[in-house]
Design a protein around this ligand. Structure first.
Ligand code: XMP
Length: 527
């Protein structure tokens, strides 16, 4: 798509995707590229601005990631953040050194504009809290630069060379702890780079529909629909573009949450709001048979993944050759697979991995490849996909298979489905109640919460009778990136309600435990 574009040049810092997301929140499209990207390619992309990210190195160290002087001579505004700021000075002849003390965390920054606040800091108070995370610092400015902010420990918290449109910021405006960070980035992309802000989800949807029609023509498209946010939005978008030329195969592996299969069918199946061919494969028993007697978590994952490919392959054979295989790949998948940025955390995306080998198709189509998750959700709402689907919490591909410790059976699936349904219902009701009273979400609102079935049975007493039943564990975590997590402080009375309802309403359960473990040392899922 022909968009005005900001390039985020990645030097391996931990907030790089965040920088790109903040720029997009200013309605400006941006992409992340490695610092190794050749200058020629950067020129070809014709960016309206370039942002150099943070990174873990010292810019003066041998072999440290760097860039040529020419990057600063393109006539395009450049903003360096943290490492990017230091590198800018280093490359242009300034000096970067490691002092006795570094700075970490929320720091008071004083803006030192001579007469008025410059464009970059327009609307920002003279004194403001910013997020610092550095040891090295700029000791001497390169020619043509002036200091525009400092802190108690850092003489150059920000600097600019206005005539060349070069800006260096030592702190992290992309992190929400920087109180006016959003304003600073907005000033940079909208005022300094003069981007008009045309990146919006309604126009994305319109333009994608056109682009899909152009690409697909009268071809046939096949999509594996999991019912997750990404594949659902991809299905919605493709359906709006090409209607019945799209076939979605939805495999119900019997490890979905309660009612989930029917909910997906009601949106995408016959009588739903989308025009497409919807095939639901009820493969529950096949999965239970394969999983019988298997207790080892990794083997369970493997069996569930392989069986998905078998089922999908059978359906694809019935459909015959298609022109395109659609996938719900989103931008973080692209960056994390090492195709985009530098700070690659390689994850295996087993939900789609392996499919291309089993389907007779000519090309892959990935309509959400440019979008961050929050943008995928906005696009989903634009397309009229129901909110409960668009704002679904993450759910693992192997589903309840990894929320049942030990062997998976139909009976255990039913227990965990019912317990999980009650738990989510009570937590959601409490969140809604809090929001109604206070106008905002409670602090403890978890990012992921679910019930799991432990493999433990213990003695209990119900109505004067001895029981020997399962223990359900409920879990709730707060997390930003799902790489680390803390237990969420669900109010005790909510947990008590959950406990009493699960024990009264779910047969086979006589104990409810709350999993307090953070990640690390635990993981979010229990298997
Ligand atoms: P863990 O358990 O690794 O979970 O702390 C982190 C996030 O990833 C999800 N998860 C999975 N997702 N296939 C998936 O598609 C899996 O095998 C899998 N295991 C964990 C988990 O729900 C959490 O959001």
């Amino acid at each position: 798509m022909d968009q005005e574009k900001i390039l985020v040049i990645d030097f391996g810092g931990q907030y790089n995707q965040l920088v790109a997301r903040r720029v997009r929140e200013c309605n400006v499209y941006c992409e992340i590229y490695s610092y190794k990207t050749p200058l020629e390619k950067i020129k070809e992309m014709n960016p309206k601005g370039i942002i150099l990210t943070g990174g873990p190195n010292s810019c003066y160290a041998e072999g440290a990631p760097t860039c040529g002087k020419e990057l600063f001579e393109l006539g395009v505004p450049v903003l360096g953040l943290c490492y990017g700021a230091q590198l800018m000075m280093h490359v242009l002849g300034g000096e970067v050194k490691r002092p006795e003390v570094g700075e970490y965390g929320k720091t008071n920054v004083l803006i030192t504009g001579a007469t008025s606040k410059d464009e970059l800091f327009e609307g920002v108070p003279w004194e403001t809290i910013c997020w610092m995370s550095h040891f090295d610092r700029i000791e001497k400015l390169a020619d043509g630069f002036e200091t525009i902010a400092h802190t108690a420990d850092c003489p150059v918290a920000a600097a600019q060379n206005k005539s060349k449109n070069l800006y260096a910021i030592q702190f992290h405006p992309e992190v929400l702890h920087t109180e006016y960070g959003v304003e600073m980035l907005y000033n940079y992309v909208r005022k300094i780079c003069k981007c008009s802000g045309t990146w919006r989800m309604d126009s994305f949807v319109e333009e994608s529909i056109k682009a899909i029609r152009d690409k697909v023509g009268d071809g046939k498209v096949l999509l594996a629909l999991s019912g997750g946010v990404d594949s659902s939005v991809a299905a919605g978008l493709l359906s709006r573009a090409i209607g019945k030329q799209l076939t979605c195969v939805f495999v119900d592996h019997g490890l979905l949450r309660k009612n989930e299969g029917d909910e997906v069918e009601s949106v995408f199946g016959e009588g739903g709001q989308f025009d497409l061919n919807f095939i639901r494969v009820n493969a529950q028993q096949r999965y239970y048979d394969k999983l019988a007697g298997v207790t080892e978590p990794e083997r369970k994952r493997k069996i569930i993944g392989e069986e998905f490919i078998r089922v999908f392959e059978e359906e694809a054979k019935k459909i015959g050759a298609v022109d395109f295989l659609a996938q719900g790949t989103i931008y973080p998948d692209v960056v994390e697979s090492g195709l985009g940025g530098e700070s690659a955390v390689i994850k295996s995306h087993h939900n789609v991995g392996g499919l291309p080998d089993f389907v007779d198709f000519k090309e892959i189509i990935e309509p959400l490849r440019d979008l961050f998750k929050d943008e995928v959700r906005k696009a989903g709402l634009e397309l009229g996909i129901p909110e409960n689907l668009v704002f679904r919490q993450p759910f693992p591909g192997p589903g309840l298979g990894i929320r049942i410790i030990g062997e998976v059976t139909a009976e255990k699936v039913a227990i965990v489905q019912d317990a999980d349904f009650i738990y989510r219902e009570e937590v959601d009701a409490e969140i809604a109640r809090y929001k109604e009273q206070n106008g905002k979400d409670p602090k403890w609102k978890p990012d992921q919460y679910f019930a799991a079935l432990t493999n433990m049975r213990s003695v209990g007493v119900m109505g004067d009778e001895r029981t020997y039943d399962y223990a359900v564990a409920v879990r709730a975590v707060k997390t930003v990136d799902f790489m680390t997590a803390e237990s969420a402080e669900i109010p005790f009375e909510v947990l008590q309600r959950v406990m009493s309802r699960i024990i009264n309403e779910v047969k086979g359960v006589n104990r409810v435990l709350f999993d307090l473990t953070s990640k690390p040392p635990g993981t979010i899922e229990m298997e």
